[in-house]
Design a protein around this ligand. Structure first.
Ligand SMILES: *Cc1c(COP(=O)(O)O)cnc(C)c1O
Length: 406
């Protein structure tokens, strides 16, 4: 979609708003399935924590996607959006045995990521098909905030504990149908990913009833010009070949599963904000916008760089700005960034705002969370309304007026 469409949506729906381009989500989905077209049984489970609006879930369901969920509430949202329970995977971390049992009772595939719960669950429910999450201890990316495969990571069962894991499975006679790994968020080097895959194949040989192998995600998308991204086509070629060879060796056609979040929705999203004030100090020109880390926290939380365009003045002369929010804390979106000349009232567009943006938004400073719009067939569909004052009061219980407050 084009900048003029975004500008029109900002006028139509008001700012701040998130806009998602349905075509981009579809093309990313198709790109991934095409890259792995040589694998007979492929399944994509959209990691919905990236962007959990039910309209987005419906769109991906139409495309044939399953869901990857990390909480019982995400499972409920998925069911609400119309997914069959068999199309939903549950890959939580650190949740209670009770929640896992509840999700299993909903007919959803569960994935267990620690030996304590595995043993307790296996002892109680030996016949339930279970997937196990392995930590191969492979560092996929350079950023330790988003790498989950390293030795001190809280995610998964260490590959070094495989003997203990196998013993628990034998003792409880539980039914292991899948093995899973999710090494982190940024696969920059395909060889590193393939190396981790080998560890998973090796582990898989210990289990006789497997139906699938789940390689998680970690597909990196470009955030700025000339940024590196995971070469999906290359990965598809190499991993498909190796996966098919493994199935022959294993003696069964297994399903290959991926759980992409960012890859499917990141680039489809734009976050539109209005410039409230231009403030010149002795050293900096600030552009203060009608948003803050209450709406988009990634730059402050991970140091992520979201490209920013002034869509009100795309052809303007470029100048340097620090783009900041209106929250009463330091909430710098961009420092000393070259952007075409900004005037008060202009609309700025943050790119890559599909994944981990709205889903991390809060009401901090008692501000409303933004609305969300899906751009489909040349039209903007409101898929989440702007919040109202009632939303801020919801669930709050005031003291009775007669109570003496001391
Ligand atoms: C978050 C998550 C994903 C998705 O990661 P992306 O980097 O957004 O693709 C996949 N699997 C699991 C288990 C996750 O927790």
């Amino acid at each position: 979609m084009q900048s003029k469409d975004l500008l029109q949506l900002a006028e139509q729906f008001g700012s701040p708003i998130y806009v998602y381009d349905a075509e981009k989500i579809k093309s990313q989905y198709n790109r991934l399935t095409k890259a792995f077209s040589k694998v007979e049984k492929l399944r994509i489970n959209y990691a919905m924590k990236a962007l959990s609006n039910i309209a987005i879930l419906q769109l991906l369901k139409e495309m044939g996607s399953g869901l990857d969920t990390v909480s019982i509430q995400e499972v409920q949202l998925g069911l609400h959006a119309g997914y069959d329970p068999e199309k939903i995977f549950y890959t939580p971390n650190g949740v209670s045995l009770e929640e896992i049992e509840e999700v299993h009772a909903m007919g959803v595939q569960i994935n267990i990521d620690n030996l304590s719960i595995l043993e307790q669950f296996g002892a109680k429910h030996p016949n339930v098909p279970v997937c196990i999450r392995i930590n191969p201890h492979v560092m996929a990316g350079g950023n330790t905030n988003i790498s989950v495969g390293h030795i001190d990571s809280k995610f998964g069962i260490s590959i070094h504990q495989l003997p203990h894991l196998v013993r628990i499975v034998e003792n409880t006679k539980m039914n292991i149908v899948g093995i899973h790994m999710h090494t982190g968020s940024d696969i920059l080097d395909i060889e590193v990913f393939l190396y981790a895959a080998e560890i998973l194949f090796d582990a898989a040989k210990n289990f006789k009833n497997l139906e699938f192998l789940d390689f998680g995600s970690g597909f990196k998308v470009p955030y700025k010009k000339d940024d590196i991204e995971t070469d999906i086509e290359e990965l598809g070629k190499k991993l498909s070949k190796r996966f098919n060879a493994f199935c022959t060796e294993y003696g069964k056609e297994l399903t290959l599963i991926f759980e992409p979040g960012k890859f499917l929705v990141s680039e489809a999203g734009s976050f539109l904000v209005k410039v409230n004030v231009i403030k010149q100090t002795t050293s900096t020109v600030f552009a203060g916008v009608d948003s803050g880390f209450n709406h988009l926290i990634r730059p402050m939380l991970y140091g992520s760089q979201h490209h920013i365009e002034n869509i009100s003045n795309p052809k303007g002369k470029e100048r340097f700005y620090s783009v900041v929010g209106y929250i009463c804390e330091t909430d710098t979106f961009a420092n000393n960034r070259r952007i075409s000349e900004i005037k008060e009232g202009d609309i700025l567009s943050f790119k890559n705002a599909g994944a981990y943006c709205y889903s991390m938004a809060s009401n901090y400073n008692s501000r409303y969370r933004p609305a969300e719009v899906l751009w489909m067939n040349g039209e903007g569909h409101l898929i989440r309304a702007h919040e109202t004052f009632e939303d801020l009061l919801k669930n709050q219980i005031p003291l009775p007026v007669t109570t003496a407050i001391i």
